[in-house]
Design a protein around this ligand. Structure first.
Ligand code: NAD
Length: 387
């Protein structure tokens, strides 16, 4: 986790499936962030100078290390997110694929292009388009896919010649720190990748010191990131939340539609920005679709599985998110909605919310209008496609 001035504060990381504290991570102050960014900024020109093939060779070494250590990384993912085993294993292959993708294509993407001038002023000039990296890219990430949404975004930046500083979610910092420690200590990679740990204060310092900010997280925080970056006119990209709809029309294959809804709604305990949260079903398909979906969701096994994948749905990673889901469902049920399966937090030490299908939901209910980010889908009957 890098050398830093004696950190006075630390984050307790818990296993959401068991409630146990599994590690403590020192928090990086604004000064620590400035120092980490200065370090990678100093190393960036040589990284850019190395050329694409040289950088790619280093990232291939990172890929190979991750593949060699995939089980160990999956163990960390499982412990810090509370995901089931099967879902904990998907991040490393995604990252390896990302490295292969940019390894094969980025040279073409980054290549110089000739531009035909349109303006009469430039008619006699030869124009060339050349890409240069932002020296330091800062990435701020959420907890639902701790590696895909941090290192996954770092890969194209690194391939392009930028140095990257990442701030993982304070809820799930362990996996990323493990990999970046290995980059430095086991792989011996150039000092162009840093991790800084902490919450809002650490993230704010990272925005202040970066030349480009990539943020993935909630809309509320995204607005703060954009406002802060505006103070230094630092460009940002924001990947935010939503209320993912699915539409089922008469004539659809309802078995496939119900499978898609159950998978899309319950994958990663519904903690996905591209999941299924609200489903609109045409009148003639509604009853059969709801029966099939309810049966499938009721049949899912939930729990903390062991080394061998045995459960379908894991824990909810963040305690406050579990409370939000519970509040949305309780309020909807109090106002007349019905849970055909699930509907409650599970008993026990871990943070589990039962896979839930809600019907009779009405406009104005938070569960229908605000992001849920949990294992809950609502189904609404509509007269026809137009509605
Ligand atoms: P969040 O917005 O609470 O936090 C995201 C990150 O921002 C964390 O690292 C957090 O420490 C940091 N942060 C907190 N306060 C900050 C501040 N004032 N300035 C800068 N950074 C700050 O989101 P979350 O709860 O970690 O993640 C869930 C959200 O992420 C959901 O809304 C979900 O839809 C969204 N998400 C979007 C995508 C996507 O690709 N669009 C992917 C995954 C998650």
């Amino acid at each position: 986790m890098g050398e830093r001035a004696a950190a006075t504060e630390s984050i307790a990381v818990r296993n959401p499936a068991t409630g146990e504290e599994i590690a403590r991570v020192p928090i990086d102050s604004a000064g620590d962030v400035a120092a980490a960014v200065a370090r990678i900024r100093a190393a960036q020109p040589a990284w850019e100078e190395l050329g694409f093939a040289g950088r790619r060779a280093w990232l291939y070494r990172l890929r190979d290390w991750m593949l060699d250590n995939a089980d160990r990384i999956a163990d960390t993912m499982k412990a810090e997110t509370g995901k089931v085993r099967a879902e904990s294993t998907i991040e490393v292959p995604y990252l390896a694929d990302q490295i292969n993708f940019y390894g094969a294509r980025a040279a073409g993407m980054l290549g110089e292009r000739r531009v035909r001038p349109n303006s009469a002023l430039a008619a006699t000039r030869k124009l060339r388009l050349r890409y240069r990296p932002y020296p330091v890219v800062g990435l701020i990430s959420p907890w639902n896919f701790p590696l895909v949404l941090s290192l996954g975004d770092a890969i194209p930046a690194l391939m392009a010649g930028a140095a990257v500083a990442m701030k993982p979610s304070e809820v799930t910092p362990l996996g990323l720190n493990e990999i970046v420690d290995a980059w430095r200590e086991e792989i011996g990679g150039p000092d162009v990748i840093a991790v800084v740990n902490g919450g809002a204060e650490t993230a704010t310092a990272l925005i202040d010191h970066s030349d480009f900010v990539g943020f993935t997280g909630s809309d509320v925080t995204g607005k703060k990131v954009m406002a802060r970056a505006a103070e230094t006119l630092t460009p940002v990209s924001l990947e935010l939340g939503g209320k993912d709809p699915m539409v089922v029309l008469e004539g659809a294959n309802l078995e496939r539609a119900a499978n898609a809804a159950a998978w899309g709604g319950m994958l990663n305990s519904g903690q996905m920005c591209i999941s299924v949260e609200r489903i609109y079903v045409e009148d003639g398909a509604y009853d059969e679709f709801v029966d099939r979906l309810t049966e499938k969701v009721a049949g899912l096994d939930q729990g903390a599985d062991g080394e061998v994948a045995s459960c379908d749905v894991g824990a909810m990673t963040m305690a406050s998110q579990l409370e939000k889901v519970e509040r949305q469902v309780d309020e909807a049920v109090a106002a007349g909605a019905r849970a055909l399966t699930g509907g409650k937090r599970s008993q026990g030490p871990g943070q589990f919310f039962q896979p839930t299908v809600l019907v009779d939901v009405e406009p104005g209910m938070s569960v229908l209008e605000d992001e849920t980010f949990g294992p809950v889908v609502t189904v609404t009957r509509v007269a026809d496609e137009e509605e």
